[in-house]
Design a protein. Sequence first.
Length: 320
Amino acid sequence: MRALITGGAGFIGSHLAEALVGAGHVVTVLDDLSTGRAENLATLAGREDFTFVQGNVTHAAALEPLVASSDIVFHLAAAVGVQLVVRSPLRVIETNVMGTHTVLQVAARHGVKVLLASSSEVYGKSDRVPYREDDDRLLGPTTRSRWAYAESKALDEFLALAYHQEMGLPAVIVRLFNTVGPRQTGRYGMVVPRLVGQALRGEPLTVYGDGQQSRCFCHVRDVVRAIRLLAEAPAAIGQVFNVGSREEVTIAALAGRIRALTGSRSEIVYVPYDQAYGPGYEDTRRRVPDTSKVQATVGWQPALGLDDIIRDVMASMSPM
Ligand code: UDP
């Protein structure tokens, strides 16, 4: 299989690239290195079954030959991270909507399958967990830029489904819940690498709000396995799938676990949301996926738990 991975120099994309090359596929990565990093692909550099192209998904001319020579596009390129979304909503909307539209347009022209990486953010702040793929969504007002990310990803999904319905594009949509593992950086707000980094440096662990908000963290290795299974399953075409862990943990408990596993003496400090993200930030209180659909379709469930994740992130951040 010849696979194109947009955003392949990013955290999830680089793990996917390694897994596909390892399985004997030929991989091209397109990434503008805005948040991705060339060193994430260091293990693949120089291989003849791997090509890196620096470029942006909104440029159709650059995309065209890459898509035309691929059997599948894994579209992972996106503006990511809550902090980036709050600070640069324009960049988020343009990259996520125009980039995805361009990818879908070009792929439809060439009849190339697309696996679209969407996000659990599309469920917004609904408190009816676990979230099922066909649940209603509850988002905040347009005056709170945080919701621009959710809307951009929802629009991506509408576009992919419309291209599937009207143009016959084989498209699979994957809603990724909180995904964690080596190479994820805390620079864009992600809580696990941030807290592990703080613990290893002996700095205070910053828990936002009252710490009673909860998430389910899934190891990137499990997520990559789900993405690959769904990409290969004919029954997945034209469908939306949640991919994530069911192991729910509050952020306060997460901080405690990270402190224990790192052996850190860092104190845990509670930072008001306003201070962390600026005024008017709305957080999702609980986020838990219903993963029965992906399990029924391709037999996937996560193999790794929260402690495995914390240990792997720790190992990847510890000085050699
Ligand atoms: N969070 C935190 N401390 C940090 C970074 C994040 O308490 O240093 C919280 C954040 O407010 C949210 C949760 O951890 O409630 C998960 O945040 P992240 O940005 O990793 O992902 P999200 O689920 O918001 O997309």
